[in-house]
Ligand binder design. Structure first.
Ligand code: GLU
Length: 481
């Protein structure tokens, strides 16, 4: 059996798109399920579209997501270099080989001429394509033009008739007629190959067993398969992943939300949740299970269970998963992930014990990591403002008097814990013939500044006696002012 070797081959033109993350994940899973090798290859042949820092950024995001590559930039491997701009000689040699064998030709057409041809075709309602003007130049003409115009392109010869069928691992048999294919440029005038030549040469030499990529590359596959034939190489297997769609079934786009994987990182989604979510954008296990760790995915994932219908990117599902994973992280680990956010806020002077207790109490209410530092800010800063709607509704002329009496009772508690606090409040309410809620809402407001949150008694226990009592006094003073 041929060893399984898959690759993720992004172009470093910006951030890692969530679609790219899915491609990387699926390719990684196909390799890992069978003890194979996962390769990262940087496809930087379009020099005009490079973004500085993009490669480092992509690698960082893949690492964050837990997708480790076995061969690739910075890691090396037996078939490197893994950056296409470092492999130019190889592509040049293979382009020449195709020319020599009569499968490709030099093309000297100027951009102006190509524009004219295109405009004419559009005017005549024909599909725009190269008119093969240079395909039949005589060897003498070619030799002379090469002298005159060393900067020109090399195009592949597409058969004029017939068709090509291949078996896509997701779509089944797919047929393309040659007449819809253009004589694709293989080498550009800047000495760089196009994606089409480089991808085939690299997948061959890197011994890729499965090409797993987005549906947008499906129509390029017949060109690639022709190149494999021209070179006399065995082609890898192909799997084209379904499109990712917005809930309104339009193509996933920046207009409707974030499409950069790192945006989800920045927004406080856990890699476990994002990976679980992304895995289901096209794949399902065939039963009701929804929670899969990366290790479980490595066991269970298969391309046979990837559908060809577009996959809806449903952010509510991601939120649900993130909430789930947050609840299931040990508090210590959750705190470790929150630490960078706490540092950003300058909340660094609290004890580990305090932080663990606060996180433990608040975690149920967290959908994303920043929820803790936004909605739970009262663990760190005493409220300076009070939710006015809650105040108006719950703070009566008697409230301050009751709370100040309670505060005196709270001060005497030993230990100052949730059970004792609650008992004290209940006893006081009974004694004064009050409903507990009449006391509890203003108490919460005094302690947290807001109307909602985890148990107010537990919150007070975490904050401690001194801080809790001070907050009660402050709120009462504010009411009197
Ligand atoms: N460089 C292509 C991209 O940016 C890779 C396509 C492929 O995997 O063949 O998606």
């Amino acid at each position: 059996m041929t060893p399984i070797r898959t690759r993720f081959a992004p172009s470093p033109t910006g951030f890692l798109h969530v679609g790219g993350l899915r491609t990387a994940l699926y390719a990684y899973l196909v390799a890992k399920k069978q003890g194979g090798t996962f390769i990262l290859r940087i496809e930087d042949t379009d020099q005009n579209r490079l973004t500085p820092g993009a490669v480092e950024n992509m690698i960082k995001t893949l690492q964050w997501a837990g997708i480790d590559f076995d061969e690739g930039p910075g890691k090396g491997g037996p078939y490197g270099p893994y950056i296409q701009s470092e492999r130019l000689e190889l592509y040049k040699k293979h382009a020449q080989q195709l020319v020599d064998a009569g499968h490709a030709y030099h093309c000297f057409c100027s951009p102006e001429r190509l524009d004219r041809v295109r405009a004419q075709q559009v005017a005549n309602k024909l599909p725009p394509a190269y008119d093969r003007h240079c395909r039949n130049l005589s060897p003498e003409e070619v030799a002379q033009k090469i002298q005159e115009q060393p900067e020109h392109v090399i195009r592949m010869k597409i058969p004029v008739a017939g068709d090509l069928t291949f078996n896509d691992l997701i779509r089944g048999p797919v047929t393309f007629g040659y007449k819809v294919l253009d004589d694709q440029v293989l080498m550009k005038s800047d000495g760089f190959p196009t994606y089409h030549l480089a991808v085939v040469v690299d997948d061959h030499y890197m011994q890729t067993s499965h090409v797993i990529r987005g549906e947008e590359w499906l129509s390029s596959t017949p060109k690639h398969l022709l190149l494999y034939q021209y070179f006399g190489w065995k082609a890898p297997l192909f799997a084209h992943l379904p499109l990712m769609l917005n809930p309104d079934r339009s193509k996933l786009s920046k207009r409707q939300g974030d499409v950069a994987a790192e945006d989800y990182w920045k927004k406080g989604y856990l890699p476990e949740a994002l990976i679980n979510f992304i895995a289901f954008l096209g794949w399902n296990p065939g039963d009701e299970r929804e929670i899969f760790s990366l290790d479980e995915l490595k066991q269970e994932f298969s391309l046979e269970r990837v559908g060809k219908a577009g996959a809806i990117f449903n952010i509510e599902k991601l939120d649900w998963l993130n909430h789930y994973y947050i609840q299931h992280l040990p508090t210590q680990e959750l705190l470790a992930r929150l630490k960078p956010l706490l540092h950003e806020k300058g909340w660094t002077n609290k004890s580990e014990e305090f932080l663990l207790a606060a996180v433990n109490l608040f975690k149920e209410r967290m959908t994303t990591l920043p929820d803790f530092v936004s909605a739970g800010s009262y663990f760190f800063d005493a409220p300076t403002e009070y939710d006015q709607t809650v105040w108006v509704k719950n703070w009566t002329p008697d409230t301050a008097r009751h709370l100040l009496t309670l505060e005196k009772l709270f001060e005497q508690l030993k230990p100052f814990d949730a059970a004792q606090l609650e008992q004290t409040l209940r006893d006081y309410a009974t004694q004064k013939n009050l409903k507990t809620s009449v006391l509890m809402s203003p108490l919460r407001l005094a302690i947290t500044g807001v109307g909602k949150g985890p148990s107010v008694f537990h919150t007070m226990e975490v904050l401690g006696k001194e801080e809790s009592c001070a907050r009660i006094r402050t709120a009462c003073a504010r009411a009197a002012a």
